[in-house]
Design a protein. Structure first.
Lengths: 523, 452
């Protein structure tokens, strides 16, 4: 037997030449672990949960007992934890780094909010418990409502909408109800070209014909065109302010006045409220209804695409039409006004939008966030969000085209276009390059009014050091795209997956897993 | 302030780069009359984590939590035990603080979960395909009615009297604006559901029949004859499931011919949370997939030939189609879908069946015990984990009195159907695995006292 004289190597052998990393047998790459589907690793006989034995009783299921195989695989607890932990590591998230997705306000999600939402008194109460047993929950709704009304300078707030688009629906239904109440049938909603897609979709859902309002070369609503179009057929104008180009609509008050003079209402898409919270009250600008995305401005977690929460603040003119249910304070008691009691308190309501009272789990988080910041902190939020965006705008407008940079400061997001990139290079290439640099890409190809739009929203919770690193990365990518660096078109190289074929996915949709597909793939 | 990293020096340095002298310069586009010079008055300033936690804790303590009382509420939201690992996993920052997976190369975690979720939901509901979730059961139900209108090009929907009244309210609200005609009556306290009446009411204008399974009173009926009758008239059958755990014990609506099956997924993995956020389930037959609302995740390949997942068929959606979209929905209920999927994976088919039979067994014991109380009559012949009792007096008062004794004894039909005085003595009682034999006895004794 020979002994190993030199022992275990403690320093790496210098790599002499660059070479391709060899394929591994598993497909894993060290900490980057491939993970099969539960249908491939689980079995219908496996479970990760133990139960007490069921009482032996005569079934009351009638003739409908389920006897077929459902096809739901189970995993033990450890396998389950491992499956989802491995999958989680294939995601980018705010917790990992800057997530500058414009119009989405990806700010830090404080963990106190999570802790509070899970207090048994909030997390473990049923929506139909007697009201005497949920006074604290109703107090949360009332307290949050007070903040939202005060911060926006509005008259009332409908708390139940489940997300931003649902809030838009609430606002437009209130507007339509108000018009119908005065016997004024109107058929058109005006929406700027730069609006979120939810705006025209919502208006169409409410039975309105949607017409575009053009933008000025400065990226704002064309006031003259808007005024020219206003008339007795226009029910509402939907305006995003700050708008999706990241600009404040300077003429907002004039717009509102003109809209009101024409007998119509102003709906404001409040997706970008983060830029102005504590510095501007939309109520002072003549807004009649505005949804507030609690998952944006007030930092309830986005959770991979929801749940959101979209309370809608309302003007005095629209408040009587707000949906059920809502909370009212009567003496020292909070009362939930539902169908049973609505007649006496709220006869004009357009009705109910959701089964229960809205996103309580988001209310507790948002209120916690708001109380943590206070009036002074929320104002600072807007200031730092706007400062961070302008810092990015001015740090990059020498290498990237900033289509509205000439017109002055931006608000909470900086907008760039693909103008000046080398022939054949696109916004998509820059976005995918950012992935390799360790960042989530910005919003791309939105708003539609700018060619190859790149909309960068850093939010206030990013440090200067984080911004500087992002700026350095984006600058490098802009230079590569202008120089025609072909390698950029293959990005990302270092993500869990290379560019994915969306055309293939849509042409032959595979939306569920099936054993059949697996068998075909093996052939 | 603990969440804001910029220092005063940073701010000054950054203003210099921008070429501004003060932060006010960045707000010059705001009309002067709307610019607030100071913070908004009358609101408190920022507070420490401890102070905020204390304040919120005081409010939480004013509520009677379900776990602190004998608890029998259902009617669209159910208390089930959620395994500890579910909440641990959904709090992984990579899930919690990610956004909609618009950049699939760095969102495969969320996307694979959605693909697995869609498959689990489709199989549970007995359908070909399911989407990546809606806001909740009530909005999913309304979207199904709209989808049936688009498919059949007819505008009259028949809503079963056994459909959750809040789901009916939501549909009524929307129908006022879309022009759909909805036909609905309050339920009666009979053992049989209204399936025969619905079959009789289907005509050539009917877009769909919407039926809840089990229904608001807990009754279970075979949907096959209703599906056949709907299809014979060119209408669709929409089935609504508010307690998906039931489908571990009873036949899936899709297997009985339902064209669209929607539901409330809260019962699996998602806590009660006073009504939200919850999880809308939405599934249908393959041939209707392009009329579905909401996000869909699909399988594809990446440039290196590896399997991956992306959001797909987005030409149905608002961000592409704008006013021509199938729905205005954007944000869905992603994190709740994750919780559902994890819980379902932990259960597996074997666990789900076991959980369902445990619920059913306890519910049978409770129904039999409570029916022995003088002044109490059981309505149901059939039920899963929820049934309706008729009391000798208005159930609203009984529920309030029970709450004063620390017992959360059920949901009164008077609260659910305030206009239907004929059923005001009805009490809907849900019994899940969280209910003990002792709880059942406490409720029985308390009802005895109330009705004496």
């Amino acid at each position: 037997m020979t002994m190993l004289k030199e022992g275990r190597p403690t320093a790496p052998v210098p790599v002499k030449e660059a070479h391709m990393a060899p394929q591994t047998a598993t497909g894993n790459r060290a900490l980057m672990l491939e993970e099969a589907l539960i249908f491939e690793i689980g079995s219908t006989a496996t479970t990760g949960v133990d139960f007490a034995p069921a009482p032996q009783v005569a079934s009351r299921l009638g003739t409908l007992a389920r006897t077929d195989s459902i096809g739901l695989p189970g995993l033990s607890e450890q396998e389950t934890v491992r499956h989802y932990t491995r999958l989680s590591r294939q995601n980018y998230a705010i917790d990992l780094g800057l997530f500058p997705l414009g119009s989405c306000t990806m700010k830090h999600n404080p963990r106190l909010n999570e802790k509070v939402a899970r207090m048994p008194g909030f997390g473990d109460i049923h929506p139909l418990q007697p009201q005497s047993t949920v006074q604290g929950a109703l107090a949360v709704i009332d307290e949050l409502a007070h903040w939202l009304i005060t911060l926006t300078g509005m008259h009332a707030v409908a708390m139940s909408p489940k997300a931003g688009a649902h809030g838009e629906l609430c606002g437009l239904l209130a507007i339509r109800s108000a018009l119908e109440a005065r016997g004024d049938a109107r058929s058109v909603v005006l929406v700027p070209e730069s609006a979120h897609g939810t705006n025209p979709a919502t208006a169409a859902f409410c039975g309105y014909k949607v017409e575009d309002i053009p933008a000025t070369p400065e990226g704002r609503v064309d006031l003259a065109a808007l005024k020219a179009r206003l008339g007795p057929d226009v029910a509402a104008v939907m305006i995003t302010n700050p708008n999706t180009c990241g600009l404040f609509e300077r003429e907002m008050k004039t717009i509102s006045d003109a809209v009101h003079a024409a007998g119509a209402f102003v709906y404001c898409d409040g997706a970008n409220f983060n830029a102005i919270v504590g510095r501007v009250r939309p109520g002072d600008l003549g807004v009649d209804a505005m949804h507030i995305n609690l998952h944006k401005t007030f930092s309830t977690p986005h959770g991979g695409g929801g749940p959101g929460s979209g309370p809608v603040v309302l003007s005095q003119a629209l408040a009587p039409f707000a949906p059920l249910p809502f909370v009212e304070k009567q003496g020292d008691q909070f009362v939930l006004i539902e169908e049973e009691t609505a007649g006496d308190h709220h006869a004009g309501t357009f009705g109910r939008m959701v089964a229960f009272h809205g996103q309580m789990g988001m209310f507790t988080r948002a209120l916690t966030y708001i109380l943590s910041h206070g009036a002074d902190g929320l104002r600072q939020v807007a200031e730092d969000a706007v400062l961070n965006a302008n810092y990015i705008l001015r740090s990059l407008d020498d290498v990237l085209d900033a289509p509205f940079g000439f017109s002055g400061p931006c608000m909470h997001e900086a907008l760039f276009s693909d103008k000046g990139l080398a022939e054949g290079f696109t916004t998509l290439d820059i976005a995918k390059g950012l992935i390799d640099e360790g960042f989530h890409p910005m919003t791309m190809y939105f708003p539609l009014v700018v060619h190859g739009a790149m909309l960068v929203e850093p939010t206030e919770t990013e440090s200067k050091a984080a911004l500087d690193q992002f700026i350095m990365a984006l600058r490098s990518l802009a230079q590569r795209a202008k120089a025609g660096d072909e390698a950029l078109k293959g990005a990302p190289y270092h993500a869990p997956r290379r560019r994915l074929d969306e055309t293939l996915a849509a042409r032959k949709p595979v939306l569920t897993w099936s054993e059949l597909d697996l068998a075909q793939a093996a052939e | 302030m603990r969440y804001l990293p910029l220092t005063a020096t940073d701010r000054q340095d950054m203003l210099s780069v921008i070429g501004a002298t003060s932060i006010d310069d960045l707000f010059i586009d705001v009309p002067a009359e709307a610019r607030l010079a100071e913070k908004i008055a009358g609101l408190p300033d920022h507070a420490s984590e401890l102070a905020v936690e204390r304040h919120m804790g005081r409010l939480a303590a004013k509520n009677l939590s379900a776990g602190a009382a004998p608890f029998f509420l259902g009617a669209g939201a159910y208390k089930h035990h959620v395994p500890a690992s579910v909440d641990h996993l959904i709090q992984r920052g990579e899930f919690l603080t990610a956004y909609t997976p618009y950049q699939p190369e760095i969102a495969q975690g969320t996307l694979q979960v959605l693909f697995e979720f869609q498959t689990q939901v489709a199989r549970l509901l007995g359908c070909d395909v399911a989407n990546a979730s809606m806001y909740d059961g009530s909005t999913a139900c309304w979207e199904a009615i709209g989808m049936a209108r688009r498919i059949t090009k007819r505008g009259k929907a028949l809503l079963s009297s056994g459909l959750h009244p809040h789901y009916v309210s939501v549909a009524n609200t929307m129908a006022k604006f879309t022009g759909d005609a909805l036909v609905h009556e309050a339920p009666t306290l009979d053992a049989a559901t209204d399936i025969d009446a619905l079959i009789g009411a289907i005509d050539k204008d009917t877009s769909c029949v919407v039926v809840q399974y089990p229904d608001i009173l807990g009754r279970i009926a075979d949907l096959t004859p209703l599906a056949d009758a709907a299809h014979a008239a060119g209408a669709l059958l929409v089935a609504v499931v508010t307690e998906p755990v039931a489908l571990g014990a009873i036949k899936a609506p899709g297997a009985m011919g339902a064209d669209i099956v929607v539901g409330e997924g809260q019962s699996i993995g998602v806590g009660l949370q006073f009504g939200g956020p919850y999880l809308g389930l939405f599934a249908c037959k393959q041939k209707y997939v392009r009329q579905m609302p909401g996000r869909l995740c699909g399988e594809t390949l990446d440039a290196a030939g590896k399997r991956g997942f992306v959001l797909t068929l987005s030409t149905r959606e608002q961000h592409i189609r704008r006013e021509k979209a199938t729905s205005n929905i954007c944000t869905n209920s992603g994190l709740c879908a994750l919780a559902f999927s994890i819980h379902m994976t932990l259960l597996g088919e074997a666990g789900l069946r076991e959980l369902a039979m445990l619920n059913h067994g306890l519910a049978v014991q409770a129904a039999d015990r409570l029916a022995q109380v003088p002044g109490v009559k059981l309505v149901n012949d059939s039920f899963f984990n929820e049934f309706t009792l008729v009391l000798a007096k208005d159930a609203r008062d009984v529920v309030r009195n029970l709450a004063d004794k620390g017992i959360l004894g059920g949901v009164s039909l008077g609260r659910l159907f305030p206009d239907a005085t004929a059923i005001g003595n009805g009490l809907v009682v849900a019994v899940t695995e969280t209910v003990t034999a002792e709880d059942i006895e406490i409720l029985a004794k308390a009802l005895e006292e109330e009705l004496a």
